[in-house]
Design a protein. Structure first.
Length: 83
């Protein structure tokens, strides 16, 4: 087995925030290809690991983010608005 992949930091994906639902802890992102999840570009809703992350971005922002599958749910574990 190749163990190097697990240690590599997750690569950031690019996207644009379409909608934020802070009460539900969800964010809608129009994203490019998510290589780590083998997912083509699309617009979809993600859960966020911590709802406080949603304070860092607004609808319309271009963002870099990391999405992972946690407990069967696609979850944003890191998010940054682009300057």
């Amino acid at each position: 087995a190749d163990s190097t992949q697990a240690e590599a930091p997750m690569s950031m994906s690019e996207g644009q925030v379409k909608k934020i639902d802070k009460d539900a802890g969800k964010i809608t992102i129009k994203h490019g290809e998510l290589k780590n999840l083998d997912m083509p570009p699309m617009t979809m809703v993600f859960r966020v690991k911590d709802p406080a992350m949603l304070d860092q971005v607004n609808a319309g922002n271009s963002i870099s983010f990391v999405a992972e599958k946690l407990g069967g749910q696609l979850t944003v574990t890191r998010i940054e608005a682009k300057k």
